[in-house]
Design a protein around this ligand. Structure first.
Ligand code: NOJ
Length: 732
């Protein structure tokens, strides 16, 4: 996010001209309030859609008839710096008021949650991360940037880059999984995608990195809960994706709801000022999460709202989302001497700089012709959504080689999830249309499958024995779509039991009892506890929520027209009680094993169900000849990968390391690289990695990065569990 000299000067000139009220106005993010008979804010309404309190169609209906207050008078008076919304016509109207009728003509930022696509919805982040393909992350983000900018949204509240290791937390669906390295690759690519193409104003938006920080570590996976952690863990696991994205130029950051070691992140001077702004030299601005400044009073860290506002401003919180606490209190605080105006100058300089970089001063409006044309989703977007869907599907089990299916087989498709358009979308997507959604039922039909559909049951639908009998009578094979409704993940959707909900397990048992082969397709937004399913079913495919092209992507993979190549970005436990569970945990003095006095559970043992990085193919891959050479400033690592099966396939080759002895206990394995290879049946490839020694260190509890001499293990394999290993001593 670089400004030209002239742009920087314009920011300073504006700042000199602004009154105190106008400065505070820039620090205020508003959302349209719904008034008259439906008295909730737009932001809350969105949360209601998102957590399932009202269905999408109801939302559309409310929005088309509701009387809304868009704060036009406040905009005119310079009391609003940013607005939420996704309506291009309204965006232009409001922008016109800001530009032509406010005293200084400062344009508005228009923010919206565009987490995994706008109109074209692609896979949820945890699924897409499993493609292990940064270029794909970048391309889907670029597509989302263009689409949202065409709708007047110039500020995307994305990417979410929270490392999350506890699948009970519903928001695991929105982020890139459990690993800091993969999450950092994801973060960089998303920033590049959203912000990187500044060739025209239509092609980029300001990203908003969220949720800063450690939100994914909320205690017991319960949303908004407290987080407590040593600095070493914060620096080694939770900060890296944010740091990577800031290095990539992220324009804005959203602070998280949680407290970190006793201080809510909304007013946390250590994380906002010392780490983000001072240590990382972040030039953009920080926004609070919705209502979070007010919640600091509920947290019990501030006596009242005015104090919360002062504490947040001092800590480095530049913009207030949704409470008007800044708007109503900061002027008085300055006049009383409780707050220095320098804090405001800093915040406003940052906000204006982002607006300047976005080109809003020169081009504030969505061009009329664009508003008229973006009703039809372009084929290029559909192709990309399909590609992303195909690459995110993870084959977990195919013991009886039931897959791929042949088109001559009669398929009984089962499960209510298979036929509901809204279920393909995933949490936090708002601007899609049901008519764009391809369900699994649609997708199989599009592929010309010989099939009949029998709902039989679902996460919240009772089991229907007659339909089960009919399904058994018709098909040569039963394809059962099971899992979670979209509303079971996302914000405020934590669960204490992440096993198969409702009567779906019984339904699967009954289907198995029919004697017909059963393929289970999982639709869900979190790792689930699937010990029973893995034990009883020979064939399991993790399909996640793949977006509008979900059905086509799944059908192509089922028929082998696309190869399954996704890997898990999060460990799957056997039982909920194993959470949090993640592959790169610190070593213990008694690593889990079959013997009793080791780190294990009596009822779940010591291992996961499916490890991080895991995913099968329709072929098999063999790893040989791991070689590790010390080249001075880096290690040259190579391995031979052979496709030992009868079909072509794509493998994600993963590089891990372990620092065996450290001055603080180190993880048992850490991902340090990955690369995808495409191999024809019988073919081999030599895969090479460069591991810079400077990347082999870690942060201690003082936040100091250390490279310590000693023994290291280098691992390469197709998942985090099954790897070849070589040990060597290193001197840095
Ligand atoms: C609350 C969520 O935590 C955040 O992710 C989102 O961007 C804001 N609300 C705005 O909708």
């Amino acid at each position: 996010m670089k400004l030209t000299q002239a742009q920087a000067e314009k920011v300073e000139a504006l700042l000199r001209e602004m009154t105190l009220d106008e400065k505070i106005g820039q620090m205020n993010l508003e959302s349209p309030s719904i008034v008259g008979g439906f008295d909730v804010s737009f932001e809350e309404l969105i949360e209601m859609v998102n957590d399932g309190r009202i269905p999408q169609e109801e939302f559309v209906k409310i929005m088309s008839t509701a009387k809304r207050d868009f704060h036009e008078d406040d905009i005119r008076a310079g009391r609003v710096g940013a607005m939420m919304g996704d309506d291009p016509v309204k965006a232009n109207e409001l922008q016109k008021i800001a530009v032509e009728e406010s005293r200084l003509g400062i344009p508005l930022m228009m923010g919206f949650d565009v987490i995994h696509g706008f109109r074209t919805v692609y896979p949820i982040a945890i699924a897409e991360a499993g493609s292990f393909e940064p270029d794909l992350f970048r391309r889907t983000a670029r597509m989302a940037a263009r689409e949202s900018r065409a709708h007047g949204v110039n500020w995307n509240f994305a990417p979410m880059v929270d490392v999350a290791r506890d699948a009970r937390w519903g928001r695991v669906s929105e982020g890139p999984g459990e690993d800091p390295y993969l999450a950092s690759c994801f973060a960089r690519a998303k920033i590049d995608g959203l912000q990187g193409d500044t060739s025209s104003k239509e092609s980029y938006v300001a990203a908003c990195l969220k949720h800063y920080v450690a939100y994914g570590a909320c205690e017991s996976g319960r949303d908004y809960n407290t987080t407590t952690m040593a600095n070493s863990l914060l620096y080694n696991a939770y900060l890296p994706p944010f740091k990577a994205a800031v290095e990539e130029g992220a324009a804005t950051v959203m602070a998280s709801f949680n407290d970190l070691n006793g201080v809510p992140c909304t007013l946390n001077r250590f994380t906002l000022r010392e780490i983000l702004k001072e240590c990382w030299s972040f030039p953009g601005f920080v926004v609070s999460d919705a209502n979070a400044i007010r919640e600091c009073v509920v947290h019990g860290i501030a006596e009242d709202e005015p104090t919360a506002g002062v504490m947040a401003a001092q800590a480095g919180m530049d913009m207030d989302m949704g409470t008007e606490i800044y708007l109503n209190n900061l002027k008085q605080a300055i006049e009383d001497g409780r707050l220095d105006v320098a804090y405001l100058d800093e915040a406003v300089r940052r906000i204006l700089s982002v607006k300047m970089w976005l080109g809003l001063f020169d081009n504030p409006y969505v061009p009329e012709e664009q508003i008229a044309t973006n009703e039809v989703i372009p084929q290029t977007n559909l192709d990309l959504a399909l590609e992303a869907g195909e690459k995110s599907i993870v084959l977990l089990k195919n013991d009886d080689n039931l897959l791929p299916l042949s088109k001559s087989q009669k398929i009984s498709l089962v499960g209510t999830l298979a036929a509901k358009p809204e279920e393909v979308i995933g949490a936090w997507a708002m601007s899609w249309k049901p008519s764009d959604c391809v369900t699994i039922l649609d997708g199989l039909k599009n592929q010309g499958a010989a099939l009949e559909y029998f709902p039989c049951g679902g996460p919240d639908a009772p089991m229907n024995d007659e339909e089960i009998a009919a399904a058994a009578a018709y098909g040569d094979v039963i394809v059962a779509v099971v899992g979670e409704n979209v509303t079971m993940t996302g914000e405020a959707s934590s669960k204490a039991d992440i096993s198969m909900p409702g009567a779906q397990r019984e339904m699967l048992q009954k289907l198995l009892d029919t004697g017909k082969p059963v393929i289970a397709l999982l639709m869900n937004g979190r790792p689930m506890a699937l010990e029973w399913e893995a034990e009883h079913l020979s064939t399991l495919v993790e399909c996640w929520h793949l977006g509008i092209q979900m059905g086509n992507a799944v059908a192509k993979v089922l028929f082998g027209e696309a190869v399954p190549q996704g890997k898990l970005a999060s460990t799957f436990p056997k039982m909920t009680g194993q959470c949090p569970i993640y592959y790169n945990h610190p070593n213990t003095g008694r690593p889990g094993s079959k013997s009793k006095f080791t780190s294990r559970y009596l009822d779940a043992g010591f291992s996961e169900l499916f490890p991080f990085g895991y995913g099968l193919s329709y072929t098999t891959f063999q790893y040989d000849d791991l070689a590790v050479e010390d080249k001075g400033d880096h290690l040259a690592v190579s391995v031979k990968v052979t496709n030992t099966g009868k079909r072509s396939g794509v493998e994600t080759v993963q590089l891990y390391m372990q620092d065996v002895v450290g001055s603080i206990v180190r993880p048992v394995k850490e991902l340090k690289g990955f690369t995808k290879v495409s191999l024809e049946a019988g073919a081999s490839a030599q895969v090479s990695f460069t591991l810079n020694k400077s990347d082999m260190g870690f942060y201690n509890n003082d936040g100091k990065y250390l490279l310590e001499d000693g023994t290291f293990r280098i691992y390469v394999g197709g998942n985090s569990r099954d790897c070849l290993m070589q040990e060597l001593r290193l001197v840095f």
